[in-house]
Write a protein that binds this ligand. Structure first.
Ligand code: SF4
Length: 370
């Protein structure tokens, strides 16, 4: 670990900061006249609050809600069905991240489809998927790309590499999503009653701080970009309290060691070169305008949706899973009657119990009392 990172994990410093944050939250409560509710947009923050014990430590002073910031969780079940349909095409190899194979579609998971004979391979990166394509040049290899602005640039770079190396059996099915439109959709419709939001540090490394000012300008809501160590979270909470009390005009950056004002311009150029934003469905949030990264028409030779057109699969029948409500911050996992009974990490009934960034999986691991 770098010396700098070690400092952000120092228990002594975190304890001192915890006392300060508790005091600030109590002052905020006096200022608002009620206990504040903050949303952590990002599943990694949800996990960090639970893993560090901060959710428990702060429960008397702030109500913490999870948001839609888990890319696997917001993948619509119709898209899982679509991926399963791709896996049934002759000779096709499907490559994707481990979490994706366990997410239930309407009828089954990709893992169950693999057990039925489809060639589904788990990869840790898009580059690994490209290597599989190179070793299987007589078979189509479809990479199922999932993620926010954090992973979309690497998918873009991988495609560029495939083009440069003349790999012509490699295709992308892009389920990559943009974060800001999701927040705008959330705030425009069923906004849970929140006083501030912690914004995703890793996404902001790419997008920069400035893009998030829309939250303050258009929705009159305070936000702070946060990192992922205990001290990062505490510094961000402190900043958020102060912004709410002072009616700040812009979003704060409590992850300054990684996030710049303009973000990573090279990564954004790589994305913009290959992708364009189109409307697309999000689990729980419905269809969000200009929110899904799809390959531009000039790259259609690499676009699985263009090369292997399938009839679009309608949304499945309603399921008792409450992931949609949880992703909007309207419910907590304990409110789902299936939580820890019919739904658990071995037999997940919804994506929020699958991904390590999923709220239900995190609550199952850290917050259960029985
Ligand atoms: Fe869905 Fe399972 Fe979470 Fe309930 S506990 S909301 S069924 S993932």
């Amino acid at each position: 670990l770098s010396e700098q990172l070690k400092r952000f994990r120092e228990p002594q410093l975190a304890r001192q900061m915890l006392d300060k944050v508790k005091k600030s939250l109590q002052e905020l409560q006096a200022h608002l006249g009620y206990k504040a509710t903050f949303m952590e947009f990002c599943g990694t923050h949800t996990a960090a609050f639970s893993r560090t014990g901060l959710r428990e430590e702060l429960k008397e002073d702030v109500n913490l809600l999870s948001g839609p910031g888990c890319p696997v969780c917001v993948t619509a079940d119709s898209h899982i069905d679509q991926v399963i349909a791709y896996s049934q095409l002759p000779n096709v190899i499907i490559t994707t991240y481990g979490d994706m194979v366990k997410v239930p579609g309407t009828e089954k998971t990709l893992q169950e489809q693999k057990a039925c004979g489809s060639d589904v391979r788990i990869v840790y990166s898009s580059l690994e998927a490209l290597e599989i394509a190179k070793k299987n040049s007589n078979r189509p290899v479809i990479f199922i790309g999932v993620g926010f602005e954090t992973t979309t640039p690497t998918a873009a770079m991988t495609l560029r590499k495939a083009m440069e190396e003349g790999v012509n059996n490699f295709y992308l099915y892009s389920l990559h999503k943009a974060t800001a439109p999701a927040l705008q959709a959330l705030f425009s419709t069923n906004l849970p009653n929140i006083d501030g939001i912690l914004l995703p540090g890793h996404v902001a490394i790419i997008t920069g701080r400035r893009q998030w000012d829309v939250i303050t300008k258009d929705y009159n809501l305070q936000g702070t970009i946060a990192g992922f160590e205990a001290l990062d979270l505490l510094i961000a909470l402190e900043d958020l309290c102060s912004r709410i009390q002072n009616s700040s005009k812009q979003v704060g950056n409590a992850y300054g060691r990684a996030v710049q004002e303009e973000g990573n311009i090279i990564a954004r150029q790589a994305m913009d070169h290959l992708f364009e934003l189109r409307d697309g469905p999000w689990r729980g949030l419905g269809t969000i305008s200009q929110s899904v990264y799809k390959l531009k028409k000039e790259y259609k030779a690499y676009d699985a949706e263009e090369v292997f057109p399938l009839p679009s699969i309608p949304q499945g029948k309603p399921s008792p899973c409450l992931c949609g409500e949880i992703l909007k911050g309207l419910k907590k996992p304990f409110e789902c009657p299936l939580f820890a009974h019919r739904c658990n990490p071995i037999r997940p009934q919804g994506p929020c119990m699958v991904s390590h960034e999923g709220t239900c999986a995190i609550y199952y691991k850290y917050e259960r009392t029985v």
